[in-house]
Design a protein around this ligand. Sequence first.
Ligand SMILES: Cc1ncc(C[n+]2csc(CCOP(=O)(O)OP(=O)(O)O)c2C)c(N)n1
Length: 330
Amino acid sequence: MNRMTLSDETRLEMYWMMLLSRRLDERAWVLHRQGKIAFHISGIGQEAAQVGAAYALRRGYDWVAPYYRDLALMLCLGYEPREFMLSLMGKREEPSSGGRQMPSHWSLRRANVVSHSAVVATQCSHATGIGLAIKMRREDKVVLASLGEGSTSQGEWYEAVNWAAVHQLPVIFLVENNQYAISVPVEKQMAVPSAADRACGLGLRGVAVDGSDVFAVHQAFTEAVELARSGKGPTLIEAKMYRITPHSSDDDDRTYRSREEVEEHKKRDPLLVNRRILERDGLLTASRLEEMESRAKKMVDEAVQYAEQAPYPAAEEAAYPVYAEEVRHD
Ligand SMILES: Cc1ncc(C[n+]2csc(CCOP(=O)(O)OP(=O)(O)O)c2C)c(N)n1
């Protein structure tokens, strides 16, 4: 239905965001293998859910509490490729913390993206708190919190979702169900077939959607955002997908899943699925795709070059911005 309401131009732009994210992410793996960065945690396979969600928000107006796989989401919010590379390399100019945070632990003041810790699901409590503030101030903003399906077993998640449901706060919880929490498969994570089923015990809407189809995710989000903005409370949206890469650059996934399984799921790679949709609709031609690919390569190359030349934080600034010079007790 919303495929009709999105303009052709926007639909192509959504594909472009997915493609740019993928090419940046792939380059991060190369940089790691070259020994140029210490760590990477990837969003490959999760781009469609993130872009579909981002395009349903009023970007720069609504609030976002993301998690570490959300590169495509961040790009849609105006995060620059060079900022991603600065983060991977721990450089001083990096916008979340001047290179102190772990890579991919995003925040971006200009886009209302709040910082988060590596402790999974804690971003959900932050989102619920922001939702409460929005309600108390009678604003019409919404908050997006994203997390993996494994994180829905955490106490923080239950507390955050319960509170959002009790107080009908404008929060949308996006569960990016990529089937694994490091080595733990989803069937050992929960006794219900779907993370969306967890919603019914907590009293909020739960929706499961094909996370490979960017337009299906966008439709589900548009509805949830509309409800949240008009005071009708939170929604849990589970986007089903597959984590195509190992958990992180420190993980060897051959120890817990077969190559055949991974290859099988690559058939539902969101780049492939959405390319087919756009080709079928006569929007994505071979020459357009070629143009996008060369634009992405140029942007990635430039971002890497920029970040490689950028300075590290100075030693004498080590405690900034972690500790304040003066502490106020009033
Ligand atoms: C409270 C807590 N326990 C364990 C970890 C270690 N850890 C980091 S990521 C991760 C997996 C989380 O899985 P999931 O929520 O499904 O997200 P995914 O990484 O699969 O996207 C774990 C266990 C952590 N960061 N925080």
